[in-house]
Write a protein that binds this ligand. Structure first.
Ligand code: AVJ
Length: 320
């Protein structure tokens, strides 16, 4: 019965589509070589990300969840009644559970690029909250999106937790928010988690956990290249690298080639010098003021803000 409880909207071509492949190859041809972080999230990558979230060094998830738990009633007050919660990059749909009882939205739409993961987690959500109208859309929200039909949407409130916005460069983040602004009617809300600029040692530790889960997550990209994109390469010849780039307020993740080598992906040849990297992710950090200014440039007004006592993480409520 739970299997039919989720209204599913497929808004994306299948995983190893031509466009994804083209995007991947384009990044590998570039100098320096790069890959969009969205390529991390195959089923295994999504599972590894979930394990990152419970590592002792990875403070963002724990801290954001504590803020949500503590502020749930305040958040319900600013969000108001009869909301449609739209979670962008819903993943395991775990964080939204902290809000559902307090906010009592009429419907929920989870949007994620990882189809099987999305279906799994929204089915569980529908089973656990029988009063909630649950929708799932498999889509790449970094591209242009449309609202799925058949979803009542009088008071849409986008929920973008986890500082996923940090994967965009500031110009792209502004552009992304502008896209949301044009998608949502006036009066809509945006509840967004943003990681804060802080002591470099805390940041570096969070992306270099002792158990090696972040390393496995980064290296899993190479497994995905092998299995989904006809990659001919040895993942053991690459190493995980993550560091805080202070001048750009971002964590950078790279896969470093330990040797001088030639690899093949989708029939195309790519050379790596020893020490050359594939830049796999940026995770931008913001000050409260810096993020407010960015959101304002995209047409969103700051309505409320919550942080933890150590000022590690922030949750903004913005209104369009
Ligand atoms: C999902 C982009 C917020 O940047 O902290 C975690 C991804 N990468 N560890 C982050 C991530 C390595 C995460 N975001």
């Amino acid at each position: 019965n739970t299997a039919t409880a989720v209204h599913f909207h497929d808004q994306q071509p299948p995983a190893a589509s031509l466009t994804l492949r083209d995007e991947l190859l384009q990044g590998l041809r570039a100098a320096p070589k790069r890959s969009s972080p969205k390529f991390f999230y195959d089923l295994r990558g999504s599972e590894l990300f979930d394990r990152i979230c419970v590592q002792p060094e990875y403070y963002p998830t724990r801290t954001e969840e504590a803020i949500l738990r503590d502020a749930a009633d305040d958040i319900a007050d600013v969000v108001g009644k009869d909301a449609t919660l739209i979670e962008l990059g819903s993943g395991a749909s775990r964080k939204v559970r902290l809000l559902l009882e307090a906010v009592r939205p009429t419907s929920y739409l989870g949007i994620d690029i990882s189809r099987d993961f999305l279906l799994d987690s929204t089915r569980r959500l529908a089973a656990d909250y029988p009063w909630l109208d649950v929708h799932a859309a498999c889509a790449d929200f970094s591209q242009r999106m449309t609202m799925p039909s058949g979803l009542a949407c009088d008071h849409p409130v986008a929920f973008f937790p986890g500082s996923s916005i940090g994967n965009f460069a500031p110009e792209e983040a502004e552009c992304f928010l502008r896209g949301l602004h044009s998608l949502l009617p006036s009066g809509s809300g945006l509840l967004i988690g943003v990681d804060l600029i802080k002591d470099e040692a805390i940041l570096n530790a969070a992306y270099n956990d002792a158990a090696g889960v972040t390393a496995a997550f980064n290296l899993n990209l190479l497994e995905r290249l092998r299995h989904e994109f006809e990659g001919d390469l040895d993942p053991a010849t690459f190493s995980h690298q993550a560091f805080y780039n202070e001048s750009r307020s971002r964590i950078e993740m790279h896969l470093v080639s330990d040797i001088d080598q030639t690899i093949r992906v989708s029939g195309e040849v790519f050379h790596f010098d020893q020490g050359e990297t594939l830049h796999t992710e940026n995770s931008y950090k913001y000050s409260v003021e810096g993020f407010r200014a960015l959101a304002a440039r995209a047409g969103f007004e700051s309505r409320a803000l919550w942080t933890d006592p150590d000022k590690l993480f922030s949750i903004h409520y913005l209104e369009r």
